[in-house]
Design a protein around this ligand. Structure first.
Ligand SMILES: [Zn+2]
Length: 329
C-alpha cells in the first residue's frame, strides 16, 4: 500500500516536472517562430523592424559604424545569412558582394533586392549633370575649372533611400515579402507599413515646405557625395568637392577652391559633410568661408550609439532637415 502511494507520488512529480518543462520551453518555441531577417544596411534594417514589429527578429549584417563601400562579407556572415529566413540588401550596386552571399546559401533563405521597381540614377547621368552644373557655373565665373569625370561607366548610384519616395518603395518591397513568407499576419504587416509610409510622407512634405519657405536653394558639400537622389528629388542646386561616395582620394585643390568660390558668391552658411568622416576638407572650407560645418547623414549605417538611442531612418532624416534649414537660411 505504502509502496503504491510512493509510486503514485513519484509519477505525479515526474508528470508535473514534464508539464513544467514544457511550459518553460513554450516561450522559447514562440520566440523561434519569429521570422529571422538579416539586413545589410541601416535603412532596410529599420524598415524591416518597423513593418515586422514583434513578429520578426532583425539583425544588421554590417555591424554599426562599418564602412559600407569597402566591405567584404566574412564566412561567418554567410553562415548567419544561411540561418535566416529573409536576407535583405539594397541592390547590386550598393552590395556587389550580394552574389557571393547568394551563392553561399544552400538553405531556403529568401533573398530580397530592395531596389526592385525603383528607378536608379546612372552614374553617367550623374557625371553629365555635374558637368552641366559646372558649365552653368563657368558662365558665371570663368575662373571655375571643369571637373573631369572619373565615373564614365554604366553603373548606378546605389543611395536610393535618400529620396523618401524610394524609401517607400523599399518599405513596400519588404512588406510584400513578409506577406509572402507569413500570409497569416499580412494584415499586421500592411498596417505597420501604412503607418510608417504615412510618417515618411510627412517627412517628405516637411522637407518640401522648408525648401519652399527658404529664399535659398543652394547647398555645398565638403565630404564624399552620396546625395544625388536627395538633391534631385528636391531640385536643390549644389556644389561638391567630391563627385561620389566612397572616394578614398582627397579632392583636388581646384575642386576645393570651386566650392569655396561658390559658397562666397551665393552666401552659403553651411558646409555639409558625411557622418563617420573627420570632415577635414569641410574644415578647410569652413575656415576659408566662415561657414559652419554640419553633418548631412547618409543613413548608410548607424553608429552603435545611434542604434542604442533608437534612431530610425525617419529620425535621422529629420536631423538632416534641421541642418538643411540652417543651410538654407
Ligand atoms: Zn555611399
Amino acid at each position: 500500500m505504502k509502496k503504491g502511494i510512493i509510486f503514485l507520488i513519484t509519477i505525479i512529480v515526474i508528470f508535473s516536472l514534464i508539464i513544467l518543462g514544457i511550459s518553460n520551453i513554450k516561450p522559447k518555441e514562440a520566440n523561434n517562430e519569429k521570422i529571422k531577417i538579416v539586413a545589410t544596411l541601416f535603412p532596410q534594417y529599420d524598415f524591416a523592424k518597423q513593418i515586422g514589429g514583434d513578429k520578426v527578429d532583425v539583425t544588421l549584417l554590417l555591424t554599426p559604424g562599418t564602412e559600407t563601400h569597402t566591405y567584404e562579407p566574412t564566412p561567418q556572415d554567410i553562415i548567419n545569412v544561411n540561418k535566416s529566413d529573409l536576407f535583405i540588401y539594397t541592390g547590386a550596386y550598393m552590395e556587389p558582394w550580394s552574389d557571393k552571399i547568394a551563392s553561399g546559401i544552400d538553405s531556403n533563405t529568401i533573398i530580397l533586392d530592395c531596389s526592385k521597381n525603383i528607378n536608379l540614377i546612372s552614374l553617367e547621368q550623374h557625371s553629365e549633370e555635374h558637368d552641366n552644373h559646372e558649365k552653368h557655373d563657368d558662365e558665371q565665373n570663368d575662373n571655375h575649372e571643369k571637373i573631369e569625370s572619373e565615373s564614365h561607366n554604366h553603373e548606378y548610384d546605389p543611395h536610393i533611400w535618400l529620396n523618401p519616395e524610394n524609401a517607400i518603395g523599399m518599405v513596400n518591397n519588404i512588406t510584400d515579402e513578409l506577406c509572402n513568407i507569413d500570409p497569416q499576419n499580412s494584415a499586421y504587416y500592411k498596417a505597420n507599413a501604412k503607418n510608417y509610409i504615412e510618417q515618411i510622407n510627412l517627412l517628405d512634405a516637411d522637407i518640401q515646405n522648408t525648401i519652399k519657405q527658404s529664399e535659398k536653394n543652394k547647398i555645398a558639400f565638403g565630404g564624399t557625395f552620396a546625395y544625388m537622389y536627395f538633391v534631385k528629388k528636391y531640385n536643390l542646386e549644389y556644389v561638391s568637392a567630391y563627385q561620389s561616395c566612397g572616394e578614398d582620394t582627397e579632392p583636388s585643390a581646384a575642386n576645393v577652391k570651386k566650392v569655396i568660390d561658390y559658397m562666397k558668391q551665393n552666401d552659403i552658411p553651411v558646409i555639409f559633410y558625411q557622418e563617420q568622416s573627420s570632415g577635414k576638407i569641410a574644415d578647410t572650407i569652413a575656415s576659408e568661408t566662415g561657414a559652419i560645418k554640419l553633418v548631412l547623414h547618409t543613413v548608410h549605417n548607424a553608429s552603435q550609439e545611434e542604434i542604442d538611442r533608437g534612431e530610425t531612418y525617419i529620425s535621422l532624416m529629420r536631423k538632416n532637415l534641421e541642418n538643411l534649414k540652417i543651410a538654407l537660411s
